[in-house]
Design a protein around this ligand. Sequence first.
Ligand code: N01
Length: 532
Amino acid sequence: MSTRTVDAVVVGAGFAGLYALHRLRGLGLDVQVYEAGSDVGGTWYWNRYPGARCDIESIYYSYSFDDDLAREWEWSEKYAAQPEILRYLEHVADRFDLRRDIAFETRVSSLRFDEPTGRWTVTTEDGVQVEATYVVLGVGLLSSANLPDIPGRDDFAGPVLHTGRWPHEPVDFSGLRVGVIGTGSSGIQTIPIVAQQAAHLTVFQRTPNFSLPAHNHTPDPEHIADLKARYPEVREQVRTSSYGILLDPPTQSALEVSEEERIATYRERWAEGTLTGILQAYNDLVRNQESNDTAADFVRERIVELVDDPQTAQDLTPRGYAFGTKRPCLDTGYYATFNREDVELVNLRRTPIERITASGVRTSEAEYPLDMLIFATGYDAMTGPLLALDIVGRGGRSLREAWAEGPRSYLGISVAGFPNLFTVTGPGSPSALSNAVVSIEQHVEWLSDLIAHLRATGRTLVEADEVAEKEWTDHVQAAGNATLYPQTDSWYMGANIPGKPRVFLPYIGGVGAYRAHCDDLAARGYPGLLLR
Ligand code: N01
C-alpha cells in the first residue's frame, strides 16, 4: 500500500489545530489533521465536568483572525461555560469548512523524520501512515491527564472520573457520597456544582489555592457593542498586551502606595472578578515577596470572611507560597460551599491519604466512605502532551532524549534536530502565562508566514539553530528566575509530576514583547533558524 503524502499534518483539533488548518489551507497547502476525540474542541471537548468554564473573559477568549466571526458571535456570559465554548468551536469548524480535513477518533502514535526525503512519517494508532513536509503540533498545554499513583487507586469499586476526561453523558450525583481529590482550577470549578446535587461531598485538599470570585454575569450589551465597534483597535491592544487581555499595565510597586490605597485597589479588583486584576494591580507582585504578601494577605482575609467554620477557613487558606505563582483560580461560590452541612474538607497536609479502598478513601486519621471518586488532579503540563507522541527527529534522536533534562526550544516553537516541526504554544513561549487563544493565533500566524517564506524562497527545511536554542532556553529560565515562580511547587515548574525536571516551562516576557521579538526576527530573515 502506498503512503499518502500531504504538505502538512496538524495534530489536534482544538483552538490551535483548527486555526492552523485554516491558515495553512490559506497558503494552498494540502493539510491532514488528526484528532483523538470524536469532534473538534480539544480542551473544551474533553473537559465536560460540571462547572467548567473559561477564566479569561469570553470576548477575548475567542479568535480574532476573522472580523466577521468576532463581530457576529455573541457570548451569553462574561465567562462562557464549556458547552458554549464547544459550540463556538463547532461553529468555527462549520463556518470555515474545516471538518473535511480532520480525521476524528484518530490518535497519532509516532512521528519519524526521514533525512533522505526531508519528510515526516506520521503513524496513527490504527496503523495509517502519511508523509508530510510540515508537522504542526496543536496538542494543548493541559491535555495529558495526571492520575496520581495513590496506593489502591484501582481498587475503588464505584465510578472513578477525571475532570479532563469527563464522560459525554450527564453524570448524576444525586444521593451519592462523592469524593473530589484536588483543588486547582478544575476542582474549584466543579466542587460547588457537585455539592448542590450530591448527598455528601468530601474534598481532599493537599495544597489550598488562592481563588478569586468570577462575578460571572450576562455581558452588558453596551460594553460589548462598544468593543465590537472598535474591534481592530481592541484586537491590536490585546495582541500587544502582556497577558493577551485588555488591562492597563501597572506602573507602581505595591510598596510605593499607602496601605489604605492598596487595600482600596485590591477591593476594587476583587469586585471586578478577573483572574489577573489583583495580580496586575502593581508591577512587582510576582517579583517581590514583600509586595506579594500584601496581595496574598488581602485574599487570605477574604477567605476567612467567606468561610464560617474557623478551622475549615484556616485549612482553606494558602500559605507558604506567593500569590499567583501557582495559577490562581476564578470561582463561583467555592469558599461558601464549605459552609454547607453536607460538604467536608479533608486537609491532606495534616492527614495524608494512606490508600484508596474499594469503598472510599482512607487517610492517616479516618475512613471516608464514597460512592464516586473524582480526580481533579491536573495534567502533565506543557511537555506531557508532546512527549506522549513518540517523536524521532534527525539522527534517530527522540524528543524524549532531547528533553530529558527539561524542554529546550527556540521561541517555544521549534526544536533543534526536529526540522519542519512546530510546537504551538510550546514550552518556552508565553502560552500558559497568557490568554491561550491570543498566543495560539500568534504562533500559528508566525509559523504559517515562515512556511510561506520557505516556499517563496525555494527552501524546504527549517530548524532551530542549536546556539540560538540554547540562548533562548537560558533566557526563558533567566526571565523565570527573576520572579517568585520558581520558589513554588506548581505545574509551571513541572513540580506536580514525580520525576519531571524542575524548570520554568512558560516564558514570562509578556505576549506583546514576545510577539514584537518574533516579528522582528521574521523581518530580519529568521535569524536563529536554519533555512535550507
Ligand atoms: O490541575 P492543577 P487543574 N494527592 O494541577 C492536587 C487550567 N484550567 O486541572 O497543589 C492529592 O491546578 C493538587 O495538589 P497540589 C489552568 O491553567 C483552567 O485544576 O499539587 N492531591 C492540586 O490541588 C489550571 O491551572 C480552567 O498539592 C493531588 C490539584 O490536584 C490548569 O488547567 C479550568 C495529588 C491539581 O490542580 C490545571 O488545573 C480548569 C495527589 N497525589 C483548568 N496530585 C479555567 O478556568 C495532585 N493533586 C479556564
